[in-house]
Design a binder for this molecule. Structure first.
Ligand code: 3BY
Ligand code: FES
Ligand code: FE
Length: 425
């Protein structure tokens, strides 16, 4: 029996905790709270899987740079002089200093602050003073990070051997995102929020709307219930009626979207896949246009060829992200581990690049729903982390009706950790 307060020091302990996970239930405490488990997550879940790292319009011009810390690791994403997007490990090839501080910058070259080794934007070492005649600069290129631009959303994998099934995500999402032309957008606003909880609690919280009615008064105006994987067996009469009404609403909207040539079906790649994602065109409640306080479009300049306010919400969940792409704006949210009990939640609101603040949209109106929702979710995640840290915590049961996506997430997590050396065999 695993004592919930026993210290963890070794990978074997993490493997034992993973093996102890009870199907249908939340994880053993130390998988949320322990330092060894957190480091293992950084190494495997954030080190050997594709993660959401931002948007192409974060770096619109050559020389634009974003440095992103991911647990103990850090990457640099930039646009080089040939207009190509690139990513590198944020580590100098000399003595390993962190090259670029976290955040945005504009540079001609990347210059290490320690001894001024200087790299071109394609990662080539251009200058290394005091290294002598026989020093071969070609051997000291910055270490590249695999980067994929999927319809304007950026995914990176820090491993030298990234999972090949990012191609599945790209094949599904590129046609779905094409009408919105996210390459033609700009970041109207960005918010960083540190949640006082483990990254898996952040993700679990996001994978259900069980908590929405009682915690998200703003979001609930536009967020229509969706079937994130109900188990149809054992529903009460009321639950059955709700489930039928939901299926009916999605059938009607589906017919409409189909006639418009808009893909809408749910596609789920979770258990059994390396790259975890789910997408579906979601109904927007109320007047049906956008996730705003009045459920109308926030921006009068539509995204790309979107043009029609009735396109719903093309949602995409990745293993560290949730995205809502609507006819007038997109909300791109990603979570990054900071410490076992700290997670950075970064939100970007994208509008058409020609939309002018104050004329075409009001920034407060654009950001109101997710600012409120993020603050509410941060509070819930902190409560969950406080609870799982207590001696009285026991793994609790997920609802088969509204929390199946959490069960899938937890199962996928255990499976991926085992596939990467954290098994008990
Ligand atoms: O943002 C999301 O996708 C999820 C879905 C339900 C709760 N949360 C808002
Ligand atoms: Fe970067 Fe020395 S560590 S130049
Ligand atoms: Fe929430």
């Amino acid at each position: 029996m695993l004592d919930s307060l026993a210290p963890l020091s070794a990978d074997a302990d993490v493997a034992a905790l993973l093996a102890a996970r009870r199907p249908g239930h939340t994880l053993p405490a130390e998988l949320y709270t322990g330092q060894a488990a957190w480091l293992a997550d950084c190494r495997i879940m954030f080190g050997r899987h594709w993660i959401s790292v931002g948007v192409a319009c974060d770096v619109p011009e050559p020389g634009d740079v974003i440095a992103l810390d991911i647990g103990p690791s850090s990457i640099v994403i930039l646009r080089d002089d040939n207009d190509e997007l690139r990513a590198f490990h944020n580590v100098c090839s000399h003595r390993g200093a962190k090259l670029v501080p976290a955040g945005r910058s504009v540079v001609g070259k990347l210059v290490c602050p320690y001894h001024q080794w200087t790299y071109d934007l394609d990662g080539t070492l251009a200058l290394a003073p005091h290294m002598g005649m026989d020093f071969d600069r070609a051997l000291h290129h910055l270490k590249p990070v695999a980067l994929r631009d999927v319809g304007g959303l950026l995914f990176a994998c820090l491993s030298d051997d990234p999972p090949a099934d990012i191609d599945d995500l790209a094949a599904v999402m590129e046609p779905r995102l094409a009408p919105y032309d996210l390459h033609d957008t700009r970041v109207a606003f960005e918010q960083d929020l540190i949640e006082d909880g483990n990254w898996k609690l952040t993700m679990e919280n996001n994978r259900e709307c069980y908590h929405c009615a009682s915690n998200h008064p703003q979001l609930s105006l536009s967020f229509h219930a969706a079937d994130f994987g109900y188990d149809p067996d054992g529903l009460t009469e009321t639950e059955r009626a709700e489930s039928d009404a939901l299926a009916d609403a999605y059938r009607r909207h589906g017919e409409h979207w189909q006639a418009e040539g808009l893909p809408y079906e749910a596609v789920e790649h979770t258990v059994g896949h390396a790259t975890n994602f789910r997408t579906q065109r979601l109904i927007i409640a109320g007047l049906g246009e956008s996730q705003t306080p009045d459920t109308r479009a926030a921006s009068s300049v539509p995204l790309g060829q979107a043009g029609r306010p009735w396109m719903g919400d093309m949602h995409l969940w990745g293993h560290n992200s949730w995205n809502h792409v609507m006819s007038d704006h997109a909300v791109v949210i990603a979570a990054y581990p900071v410490a076992p009990d700290k997670t950075l939640v970064r939100t970007k609101w994208l509008v058409h690049k020609d939309a002018v603040e104050g004329e075409d949209y009001d920034l407060d109106n654009l950001t109101a729903v997710w600012k409120a929702t993020n603050a509410e979710d941060a509070h819930l995640v902190s409560l969950a982390h406080r609870g799982v840290s207590q001696m009285g915590y026991r793994p609790g049961p997920y609802s088969r009706f509204t929390e199946r996506a959490l069960e899938d997430f937890a199962t996928w997590y255990v499976e991926r950790m085992a596939a990467n050396g954290y098994g008990t065999d």
